[in-house]
Design a protein around this ligand. Structure first.
Ligand SMILES: N[C@@H](CCC(=O)N[C@@H](CS)C(=O)NCC(=O)O)C(=O)O
Length: 223
């Protein structure tokens, strides 16, 4: 059986989980805390990061969410997540990089890593100033998402795809912490609600992290 090594509140791992489900590909989910640096995991992936995909044929071992998603789209082309049109593919790559890198650097590291990863990995206290900076940066990104969805049906164009999955995976982690000001961004909420309702997204809404209870609206499809 195909395996995906992951941690529940990782936007990169969530992106791959949704992509696999959207493509109808079965997989076994294994939780791997990368900071434990388990020798058996490092033997599979010396880079030590999750997500890590191991195909049923164990010679195929792929780390990095974007590398995994592009591999899946090429190896299993039935339900394309990056489209066929080169222009849409370019826009999808631009936006996945935007959310994987810029959003991650300016928002997620400041909020999620501060509130959760820091506590789990080094057991140190979160910094209020860092979290406030992340919340201010989040508003800039919410405005950008609103700008996009006021002009297009989905983020990269008229079809749902990997850009939506990548952005929604990031937001879903912050939503678990009650950090997304949905009511101030109705256009973003209107884009996110149908993403959240997709069957591929449901398992994410069931995730729970010990010691951290999500707000009541987190699993609610009508939030
Ligand atoms: N570019 C990678 C980033 C993956 C990543 O940062 N994973 C984190 C968890 S969210 C990790 O494994 N960190 C462990 C470490 O850096 O030691 C991707 O897209 O998959």
């Amino acid at each position: 059986m195909r395996r995906l090594y992951h941690i529940p509140l990782s936007p990169f791992c969530r992106k791959v989980r949704v992509a696999l489900a959207e493509k109808g590909l079965g997989f076994e989910l294994r939780t791997e805390l990368p900071w434990d640096r388990r020798p058996e995991f490092l033997a599979l992936n010396p880079a030590g990061e999750v997500p890590l995909l191991v195909e049923e044929d164990e010679r195929i071992v792929i780390p990095d969410s974007q590398a995994i998603c592009e591999y899946l789209d090429e190896a299993y082309p039935d339900r394309r997540l990056m489209g066929f049109d080169p222009v849409i593919r370019a826009e999808t790559r631009r936006l996945t990089a935007w959310f994987d890198q810029k959003f991650q650097r300016e928002v997620t590291i400041y909020i999620l890593y501060e509130k959760v990863n820091k506590r789990l990995s080094n057991r140190t206290d979160p910094s209020g100033d860092t979290i406030r900076a992340g919340q201010a940066n989040l508003r800039v990104h919410m405005n950008y998402i609103a700008w996009l969805v006021e002009r297009r049906r989905w983020l990269a164009g008229e079809e749902f795809g990997l850009a939506d999955i990548t952005a929604a995976a990031q937001l879903s982690c912050l939503d678990y912490l009650g950090s997304v000001p949905w009511d101030d961004y109705p256009a973003v909420k209107e884009w996110y609600a149908p993403v959240k309702s997709r069957p591929s997204f449901r398992p994410l809404l069931m995730d729970r992290v010990a010691g951290l209870t999500p707000p009541a609206h987190y699993p609610d499809l009508d939030f």
